[in-house]
Each structure stands twice: as C-alpha cells, then as structure tokens.
Ligand binder design. Structure first.
Ligand code: SDX
Length: 442
C-alpha cells in the first residue's frame, strides 16, 4: 500500500530523506534534517505571504476555493445565510455547535448585557479629529478596552476567555455606532437591549429624535445576513494578525485591535470602500473598457475581484448580489449596481481575468448595499469588523488551546550585507539610499 511519505534526495550529498505526509502537508521542521554536513543548518521552507503554508490545524472555517465552498463548523454558508441569524452563527463559530433554545437564550442574554461601554470611551472617541476614519477609531478604542479589563490578561483561564468573547461581540456594534455618530457630529445613542443584535446596531446608528427606533425588518434582516457572510473565513490576513499577536499571550482586545488594523487595508476589508470609489470613478458603463485596460496593465486593481483561495465565484458574493436587489426594493436602486453588473460581465468575458481566475469576492457588491442603507463608505469595513469578531474570538481561543502552538516567530533568508567594520564619519562616502529600492540582493 502507498505510504503517506515523501522521499527526497539531497543532490548535494546524495543522502535520501523520508518526510511524513499528514493531512496533505509535510512538517516544515522535518526539512531541518536535510543538510549536507551535521554542523550546517538544515533546510528552511521559503513561502513569502504564507501562500502555501498551513500555520495551524483549525476546525472553525473551511474553504474549498476551486469549488467555491465555504462552511462554518461544517455548515454551508448558503444554509446559514438563509436559515440562521448572526448571533446564532456567532455561537456556532465560537462554540462549535448550533445552540438549543435554552443555550441560545443564555447566549443572547450574555451578549446583550455587554453592549454598553465605559463612559470614558465617549471622551476617548471625542478626542479624534472630526474627519477621523471610523476604522482608525475602532483600532484605537478596541485596543483601549484592554485597559478597562485588566482581567483579560488571564488568557489561559476558560471563564476569562468566555467573558472577553461575550464582551467583544457585545461591544463591537456599540463602538462602531459611536464612531459613526462621532464622525457625523451626532449624539451617541445607547444600546436598546429589547431589539435584536442587528436591530440594536441600526438603532445606535440611525436613531434621531424618536423615543424608540424601529428598524425596517428587510434592512435588519439584510444587515444580519451580511454579518453572517462576513463572520469567519479561516486564515485570512486579519485572523492571522489576531493569531500572531495572541500567540504572545497578549490580551484579546489588543489582538483584535491588530486584526482590525489588518482588515483596514484596501487589499482586505477596506476593499468594499474602494469598490464604490472605483465604480464612482468609472461613472458610466461606456467607460468600463478603458478602466479594465488599466487593470490589465497593472496600473490599478479591479477592486472587489480576485482572492487568494477562490479560483471560482466567491459563494458570499453570489448571495450578496441577490441580497442587493431585495434591499433596493426598500431603499430604491443604487445606480452604481448597473455599472457593477456590466463591469463584472465584461471582466468575466476577458481573458486577463479568466486566465487569472479573478472573480467577484464578497467585497464587490457589499458596499452597494451599505451605501443604499445610507452609510458612508468609511463605515463599510467597520461592519466587516463587527461581523468578523466572532471568527477572531474563535481562532483566538483555538490557538490558546492548541498544544502545538507557541509564540509565532518565523525565520528568514538573510540577503543583506556580510560583516562590515564601522568607519568614522569623517571621509565616509555618500550612503546608498536603500529604504525604497527593491533590495539589490534579492
Ligand atoms: C477579502 O483571505 C481572505 O479570506 C480575505 C477575505 C475574508 O473573508 O477575510 O475573503 C476578504 O479580503 C477579500 C479580498 C478583497 N480585496 C480586494 O478585492 C482587492 C483586489 N484584489 C486583489 O488585490 C487580490 O486579488 C487579492 C489581494 C485579493 C489576492 O491577491 P493574491 O492572491 O496575492 O493575487 P496576486 O496579487 O498574486 O495576483 C495574481 C495575479 C497578478 O497578475 P500577474 O502578476 O500574474 O500578471 O492576478 C492579478 C495580479 O496582478 N490580480 C489582479 C487582481 N487581483 C489579482 N489584477 C487586477 N485586479 C485584481 N483585483
């Protein structure tokens, strides 16, 4: 019977090595055995951006990029989007199983009772410039929460982890809404715990003078489904940032602040904001060919397209596209949708994008819905961060419990200068400007 092993020959020494294959991977540390002489360092694996490296074993999210499959704890995203709620999906992601009615009622109570934030947060929020980006405010305020909850440092204590998880999932919508209200110069709206998780978020965003905000049920359901679709996505950049910081046993607020900072990037969660800017720049359908030409020469990216894993349509993009039309029934059609649809049609008919397997990802259509809801572009990645908190907390806990995990400290291939002697400044030659040049050593 075929053996789950790789046999390699080191041509430098003629030695042969057998590397065990486990779950479709070899252990990178096994490569250290491969060296021509005992006094030499063994081989490293070189994988910039970790494009082909598994950094952990995880049981939370599963993506099959070739088939366009996404499951949370084994449940297909399509079923959860149709039948579940964000709070129930968050329970599933964090706890590993769908709750029964009793446990869901407890979970909802425990999250709801943590929706308030310390009053000092308002003073902290007021300190930002009038035009501060809400993602920048969120990075700061979530990081600051670590100073309000020093008990969060007890990361090895299960009850402390459970409490911080409830606090963060409960408080993210409040911090996000406070950032929005601050940016609009509006008074903060306190949580209304009689509303649903998402209804309460809409109330904290949009309540003006009414005694009690009544969310439109279609919009409430839409945002809840968007939260489900954004809740988890295995080892994406921001989850990896959370895991890396958490591996030093930092508190979860600081680790999640790092995740929010990564998500802020235009190549990651910030793409939904960039998609709207792109569609507005294109302006009319007849300017699409010209715009696509610039994408193919590399002078710009087709924002909302492409994915490291999906070599097929992102299943979330398909669901969001359908959701957009349901929202437009209530809000009126976002005129940019016509440009988005035609842009997608032309891109998927163009060899450049087809050859590179570039399809719409979940950021391509989501911004059109957020904009139709009346949210400013800068808030789009903030809603992504609210939803992804469930995934981040689940990965944080999984890392802490994983006996194979320890502080993350990758290796490098040094390509810099060899040893050099210090010289006095007098007579020193003009320095070579290296800080923005691609290293001449690579
Ligand atoms: C998210 O990882 C996750 O799971 C993330 C996420 C999650 O749920 O957490 O799914 C959420 O971040 C979705 C992605 C949102 N970002 C964007 O929409 C920004 C635009 N997309 C790209 O920048 C890009 O596609 C990435 C960042 C998403 C993926 O980049 P990769 O895998 O590193 O691909 P690459 O840069 O190596 O590109 C491969 C080729 C290159 O061309 P060649 O050098 O081979 O000639 O494809 C080209 C790229 O130039 N390419 C694009 C493109 N994306 C890749 N060309 C034009 N437009 C694009 N969008």
């Amino acid at each position: 019977m075929a053996k789950d092993a790789l046999t390699v020959t080191d041509e430098r020494s003629g030695a042969r090595y057998e590397l065990a294959i486990e779950r479709g991977a070899i252990r990178a540390t096994d490569l250290k055995r491969i060296k021509p002489r005992d006094d030499e360092d063994g081989l490293l694996s070189y994988d910039p951006a970790l494009a082909n490296t598994a950094i952990c074993k995880s049981a939370i999210g599963f993506v099959d990029g070739d088939r366009g499959i996404l499951r949370y704890r084994g449940y297909p995203i399509e079923e959860l989007a149709e039948k579940s709620s964000y709070l129930e999906t968050a329970y599933l992601i964090v706890k590993g199983e769908l709750p029964d009615e009793h446990h869901f009622a407890m979970w909802r109570h425990n999250i709801t009772t943590h929706s308030m934030v310390h009053e000092n947060i308002k003073k902290f929020m007021d300190g930002f410039r009038y035009d501060a980006h809400p993602m920048g405010m969120l990075v700061g305020t979530v990081g600051a929460l670590s100073t309000f909850y020093p008990d969060a440092k007890h990361v090895l204590d299960l009850e402390s982890r459970r409490l911080q998880t409830r606090r963060l999932i409960g408080k993210m919508p409040t911090l996000a809404a406070f950032a929005y209200r601050r940016s609009r110069g509006l008074p903060y709206v306190y949580p209304d715990n009689d509303l649903s998780y998402t209804g309460n978020f809409l109330s904290m965003l949009f309540n003006m003078t009414e005694l009690r905000y009544k969310p439109d049920p279609v919009l409430e359901r839409t945002v809840d489904v968007l939260f489900i679709l954004h809740a988890e996505h295995e080892q994406n950049c921001s989850t990896n940032a959370v895991r890396c910081v958490a591996s030093a046993r930092t508190d979860p607020y600081s680790a999640v602040a790092a995740g929010i900072a990564a998500l802020y990037g235009p190549l990651h969660g910030g793409a939904n904001e960039e998609v709207i800017r792109m569609l507005e720049e294109i302006g009319t359908v007849d300017r699409i060919p010209e715009y696509l030409k610039g994408c193919k020469t590399g002078e710009r990216r087709l924002m909302g397209f492409g994915h490291r894993l999906y070599r097929n349509y992102d299943p979330r993009a398909r669901l969001i596209k359908k959701l957009a039309y349901e929202v437009f029934e209530v809000t009126g059609k976002n005129p940019l949708i016509d440009i988005a649809i035609e842009l997608e049609r032309q891109a998927l008919d163009d060899e450049y994008f087809v050859a590179r397997k570039l399809f719409p990802n979940l950021d391509y259509y989501s911004g059109l819905i957020y904009q139709a809801l009346g949210l400013p572009m800068t808030m789009f990645p903030v809603l992504f961060a609210i939803a992804r908190t469930a995934g981040w907390m689940a990965h944080w806990a999984e890392l802490i419990r994983d006996p194979e995990q320890k502080i993350i400290r990758p290796r490098q291939i040094y390509v810099g200068e060899g040893p050099r002697a210090y010289t006095p400044i007098e007579g020193r030659p003009e320095p070579i400007m290296r800080e923005d040049a691609v290293s001449r050593f690579i």
